[in-house]
Design a protein around this ligand. Structure first.
Ligand code: ADP
Length: 492
């Protein structure tokens, strides 16, 4: 029987998706279902783990039905997921004891404030900064907010998992209780140097080891999706941003990608030794393949495509996101307008929670077109800040930036990004790089693809952007940007 496809499952914050990839890395049909979010209090974000599981079953069935294939045609399953989101369930019943606490949720901020003294050891051991974003404080919150949580966890009655673990547990009829190194590295409990859970951190946070899943390489036989078919193997797992780095073929040290979604996520492959940032970037595991662990530096822009949503929903200047490009192209400059979309403060390398957004350089001549163009520019300017920080920390120059995510549909933005970075930008042929990365990890494990060389041979790009600005222009943009940020931070 020809097993011509890898089934890739991408469980994201807004939706679950299933895709089939062939040997050439082409997407062969996809299915998608949205996931509901609950906001029980200001800043809290939760989802129903059963809803997530059922959506996965739905999209698997839908994608197979749409293309008239059966499990006979599937070589293996690759899985990628929204990271850090935390589920705890009862070992006996397999039922969640609390909603999934989503990565964005701030409900466990109190614990992080209590743990401030551990900032240094947390960074050394996990590569992370103490933040409610990561799983540790979310686990603490659940154990403290269900009846007898701590005692039940200590008795071995409860199991914790990020979304990959939860889905594998369900897909395997409760037989697989595992995660991969990339997801483990986002829990704030995993020592990225020793590649094991860190007893000192577990003690400090009072989290029992017995509730944690076994940690495996990203390309690995995790077990079988018995709920679908007893011999269907799950062979690749990685968190979404790491899967995208892999799907973008950033296999060599120094290679980097930036994803332009609601926020922007930039990751750089830094090789076999972790590099620790002095400027607030995160160190994380990129993947583990053939017993080799690769590390990455990660930096994010909070307001990326979200600024375009702001133009649409709050400013009401555009009807849809793609209109932003038309308006930006109607004028031939931003007329000196600078938008600093610090709606929730500034991230790397400034780390200023208190400041808020600002617009500079307005004149009587400023039109909506200039305003929109300057807002798009701000996405690229913030990404430049992250990239320059990454280059400084890693002492590596990014020669080519690979891009993906919804806002890469905007050619104006991509060209401006290339111009101000003075760097070539590459847009891959398959924009589903996250799902593709998970498929590659699975296929490398089963022999569907023999090695990285074979993958590199089938990987294609659809568009390249080359920089056109001269040094003087870039210098002037940088000078004004620097002043805009300085002024924004003064206004509090
Ligand atoms: P996420 O995975 O974070 O939901 P997506 O990768 O789906 O994000 O991208 C959606 C984001 O991209 C939205 O914030 C939207 O405003 C932005 N976006 C989509 N198309 C365009 C476009 N043509 N120009 C600029 N921004 C866009």
């Amino acid at each position: 029987m020809a097993k011509d496809y890898i089934l890739s499952l991408d469980q994201g914050t807004t939706s679950s998706r299933a895709m089939l990839f062939d040997k050439r890395g082409n997407v062969f049909f996809k299915a998608q279902q949205e996931i509901k979010c609950f906001f029980p209090h200001d800043g809290w974000v939760e989802q129903d783990p059963i809803d997530i599981w059922l959506s996965i079953l739905y999209v698997i069935n839908d994608v197979l039905a749409k293309c008239n294939l059966t499990y006979d045609d599937i070589d293996s399953i690759g899985l990628t997921n929204q990271r850090e989101t935390t589920v705890i369930w009862d070992k006996k019943t397999g039922m969640p004891v609390y909603n999934a606490i989503v990565w964005q949720s701030r409900q466990s901020v109190k614990y992080c404030n209590d743990w401030r003294n551990y900032e240094k050891i947390v960074h050394e051991k996990t590569g992370l900064i103490i933040n409610p974003y990561f799983s540790a404080s979310k686990i603490r919150f659940i154990l403290d907010n269900i009846p007898n949580g701590q005692a039940r966890a200590e008795n071995g009655e409860l199991m914790f998992g990020t979304i990959d673990t939860w889905i594998m547990y369900k897909l395997s009829k409760h037989h697989i209780f595992k995660t991969d190194v990339t997801n483990a590295s986002r829990t704030m409990l995993f020592n990225i140097n020793t590649l094991s859970y860190d007893d000192e951190l577990l003690n400090l946070f009072n989290i029992p080891k017995c509730m944690l899943p076994e940690v495996c390489p990203s390309s690995h036989i995790f077990g079988y999706a018995e709920a679908l078919r007893s011999d269907l193997v799950i062979a690749g797992v990685a968190g979404d941003q790491q899967a995208a780095l892999f799907g973008q073929n950033c296999f060599n040290e120094g290679e980097s990608k930036n994803t332009y979604g609601t926020g922007c996520f930039m990751l750089m492959n830094v090789g076999e030794k972790p590099i620790y940032s002095k400027n607030g970037l995160i160190t994380t595991i990129a993947w583990q393949l053939d017993n080799k662990v690769i590390y990455a530096l990660e930096g994010s822009v909070f307001i990326g495509g979200a600024s375009v949503q702001w133009l649409r929903d709050q400013m009401r200047m555009i009807k849809n996101a793609s209109e932003s490009e038309n308006y930006a192209n109607k004028v031939n400059s931003d007329l000196g307008v600078y938008v600093v979309p610090a709606f929730v403060g500034l991230g790397a390398p400034y780390w200023d929670d208190e400041c808020r957004g600002a617009v500079f350089g307005l004149t009587r001549g400023t039109q909506k077109e200039h305003f929109i163009r300057a807002t798009l520019n701000s996405i690229a300017l913030q990404s430049k800040d992250v990239m320059k920080t990454m280059e400084r920390d890693s002492k590596k120059k990014i020669k080519v930036l690979k891009v993906d995510g919804g806002a890469t549909a905007n050619s104006y933005l991509m060209q401006y990004q290339s111009n101000i970075l003075k760097t070539k930008i590459l847009l891959p042929f398959c924009l589903e790089t996250t799902a593709l990365g998970a498929a590659y990890l699975a296929g490398l494990c089963t022999g569907f693809w023999k090695n990285l060389e074979e993958i590199k041979n089938v990987h294609r790009y659809q568009k390249e952007y080359f920089p056109t600005f001269d040094n003087k222009t870039i210098k002037e943009i940088d000078r004004k940007r620097h002043n805009a940020i300085k002024a924004t931070r003064i206004f509090k």
